[in-house]
Design a protein around this ligand. Sequence first.
Ligand SMILES: [Zn+2]
Ligand SMILES: [Zn+2]
Length: 193
Amino acid sequence: MTLPILTLDEHVLGPRLGYVFQRKWLQPYESMVGMLWKFAHMNRLPGLLVVSQLSGRLIDPYEGIVPADIDVKRVARLLGIPRHIVGESLCHAANDTSKFLRFCPCCVSSAYHSRLFQLERLARCPIHGEALRDVCRHCGRQAAYRLDAMLLDAPFRCKHCRSWYSPLGYAPQAFDRCLAPKARAALTRAAIG
Ligand SMILES: [Zn+2]
Ligand SMILES: [Zn+2]
């Protein structure tokens, strides 16, 4: 039996195929990890499939890629958002970014991950004042800041043991809740440094 030959475009996910990503889910300084966690979670997509959409070249899904290496045009099409928003989520300009995923337990419970959390000069979440963490409270392991199948398979959770990063779990309906003006101002101050 011969298999039909698929063109590359037939493997490309996107709004055309009914996958949803809404701009109102985006918060200021949202990271690429945060955006893709929301996309994977809301569309019930396996991490393996999401990773395959991030670049035109073949990616080993378990090795993944660093956010700075994604194909911005492709990911903008996948999420149905402008390229500049994708570009801003990557934090490739800073040279003091952590190799490990850093998170604030309060923010992660409202499904928010900021690219600013990756800045090593920031010890605390600018919004909540909580110490930023890079270890799972259950298994004590770190997750590399790479977009790989395991990370994208466990939105808002540890990719190793799949426990929630926040003791509160998280609330998907909070995707639509905008950050308060005070929180936005705190993030902007932190971004300026
Ligand atoms: Zn926070
Ligand atoms: Zn864990």
